[in-house]
Design a protein around this ligand. Structure first.
Ligand SMILES: Cc1ncc(C[n+]2csc(CCOP(=O)(O)OP(=O)(O)O)c2C)c(N)n1
Ligand SMILES: [Mg+2]
Length: 277
């Protein structure tokens, strides 16, 4: 069942981030860490879609990328080692949370300059013509070079899927303070098929299947909620809507069981890596 399959991926992401939250509090992680809890349904649904259509894709992620890495099959142990600064981590212990990558899964890490992955991802797709997904924040997409790159993808009709993870925040500054325009309307102006949706798995999946993703550029602005602080282990508002909890409630006991099993699995992987340090 589609929603349960997406939930399995989301569960890996959520349990990973919850355990990482604890390790940050215990001071086992000593680097800036960008948790993606609350936003995991975006990557989980899109990764599930890509698996269903059987495409091999190139993926360009931003700093808040743990859920994307895990949903697209990145190795959790290598991510943990990266967070611990170990040389055998997924970015050789030098990238940290913000710049994770997976050569095996075609996931390109971020260099830390907001929006640069849009430009680099479009350039890569222009050269390769391979299906490409670019994950970008609602703030990073405001950068001039990011906007110009969306324009170039439109001009060259490149098979890029732009995914704007719209958590409404640039660190703590809300979108309404930063701009008067919407990215899906700007992209439409460029001639890119663009949609403004919520992070409901049915909505995201429908948008992708109904519009033949990877035949031409598409932009999805996906409204979501960041559960934890911009960086580090903290909670701004414990009462915000939680898509993961909502899905678990709706899906019932099967989902609760998946959640509990995944929690034990993630804890085990963490313990194994901590014991090896
Ligand atoms: C060009 C540039 N400007 C500013 C920063 C500092 N900075 C790091 S993360 C961030 C906010 C990014 O917000 P968004 O793209 O919405 O991603 P989110 O953190 O919400 O996931 C900023 C301003 C930067 N790294 N690069
Ligand atoms: Mg944001």
């Amino acid at each position: 069942m589609f929603r349960l399959e997406v939930f399995k991926k989301a569960s890996l992401c959520r349990n990973f981030e919850n355990e990482t939250f604890k390790q940050l509090q215990n001071k086992n992680i000593k680097i800036p860490t960008y948790l993606s809890a609350g936003q995991e349904y975006i990557a989980a649904t899109i990764a599930n879609y890509v698996e269903q259509i059987g495409e091999s894709v190139d993926i360009f992620i931003q700093h808040r990328g743990h859920s994307t890495y895990l949903s697209f099959g990145g190795d959790p142990s290598e991510l943990i080692k990266e967070l611990l600064g170990d040389k055998s981590g997924c970015a050789n212990g030098m990238g940290g949370s913000a710049s994770i990558q997976s050569i095996e899964k075609n996931i390109y890490g971020h260099d830390g300059l907001m929006g640069s992955n849009v430009t680099i991802g479009v350039g890569s797709c222009y050269a390769s013509k391979r299906p490409t997904i670019i994950f970008v924040g609602d703030s990073a997409v405001e950068e001039d070079y990011a906007l110009a790159s969306i324009g170039w993808a439109a001009t060259k009709k490149l098979p890029v899927l732009f995914v704007v993870e719209d958590n409404n925040l640039s660190i703590l500054t809300e979108k309404k303070v930063r701009r008067s325009w919407n990215i899906h309307e700007v992209a439409q102006g460029f001639g890119v098929k663009s949609f403004d949706v919520i992070d409901d798995p049915n909505d995201i999946d429908f948008c992708l299947s109904d519009n033949d993703a990877f035949k031409e550029p598409i932009l999805l602005n996906i409204n979501t909620i960041r559960k934890y602080w911009h960086a580090g282990a903290g909670i701004d508002d414990p009462n915000v809507f939680d898509r993961y909890e909502d899905e678990m409630k709706d899906l019932g006991q099967q989902a609760v069981d998946i959640h509990e099993e995944t929690k034990i699995y993630v804890r085990g992987v963490w313990e194994e890596q901590l014991n090896q340090q």
